[in-house]
Design a protein around this ligand. Sequence first.
Ligand code: ADP
Length: 363
Amino acid sequence: DKGLAVFTSGGDSQGMNAAVRACVRMAIYLGCKVYFIREGYQGMVDGGDCIQEASWSSVSSIIHRGGTIIGSARCKDFRERAGRLKAANNLVQRGITNLVVIGGDGSLTGANLFRQEWSSLLDELEKNKSITPEQKNKYNVLHIVGLVGSIDNDFCGTDMTIGTDTALHRIIEAIDAIASTAYSHQRTFIMEVMGRHCGYLALVGGLACEADFIFIPEMPPKVDWPDRLCTQLAQERSAGQRLNIVIVAEGASDREGNPITAEQVRKVIDERLKHDARITVLGHVQRGGNPSAFDRVLACRMGAEATLALMEATPESVPVVISLDGNQTVRVPLMECVERTQAVAKAMAERRWADAVKLRGRS
Ligand code: ADP
């Protein structure tokens, strides 16, 4: 009688559906009642039709679809205790005490707070007669497990987040397409890719497409970057290369914290080298399309492991996030990872780049 619910929250990423499918099917296989919560925390607060029982067939034919079929949202109400009180009532009324949250560090932080507050929320619900003393006793512990859906690979504690590999596919498809036309006309293309705090997509996309220059937030160049950039591009051209590719992550800046934008880079190249330089901003294309084989399989493994972790949880267990370590799916303490991830963002905001790189570790 362990009711389990799965929801997706915050920014979407390709592979979330595969994770939802695996959670649902593993839960049914283990004999649990399993629910979808639509539209993330908003659906949990609103209740009603937003919380629906899932079946084996309700997750058929979704493994190949990008985005999330159960919807995702940002929810102000859940940031307030009053919203979380409503959410707790909606869960207790359905006998749900196990949650799989698929989202970024914000969603995982919210889930951890909800878990910590759970017994005081139930006390309040009992006091105002929304739930019975029997319900309070029966459902007195909330278990949560996190899965990280993010195209940026910006979460500490896992080698890969769900969606990153697919986003890289979108990036390299776009760069390959651009490279063929750039070659014909001897152009220089400046590609802006996502990554406000994390340059993983820019760096790995650049490596895979032999970019000539890459700007990432973690390794800000000195303010004389235009000289280095132009020397590098000029060298490539004089060695016979007919095109240049420069990649700029959204959050790139110089060492003094001045943003480096694709337009600034274009202007420098145009003015100093007189190249025909064009900008392509990949934007939401990176979030779109069908998940890669890697993301489908990663999400399946993580989703199944999340359900297993919930079924094995005891009132004393620490909430975990399911991570990839080497090629193993492992359970790691959720708040340790969230705190490290937030410390990276803080270090970057304070421009302590070396600390940020150290904190991020392998991921
Ligand atoms: P992500 O999960 O992708 O990092 P957000 O940071 O926007 O995205 O978080 C998604 C949602 O999670 C928020 O809209 C809010 O409902 C919930 N949330 C985030 N942080 C908290 C928090 N500190 N307390 C309660 N809820 C939170």
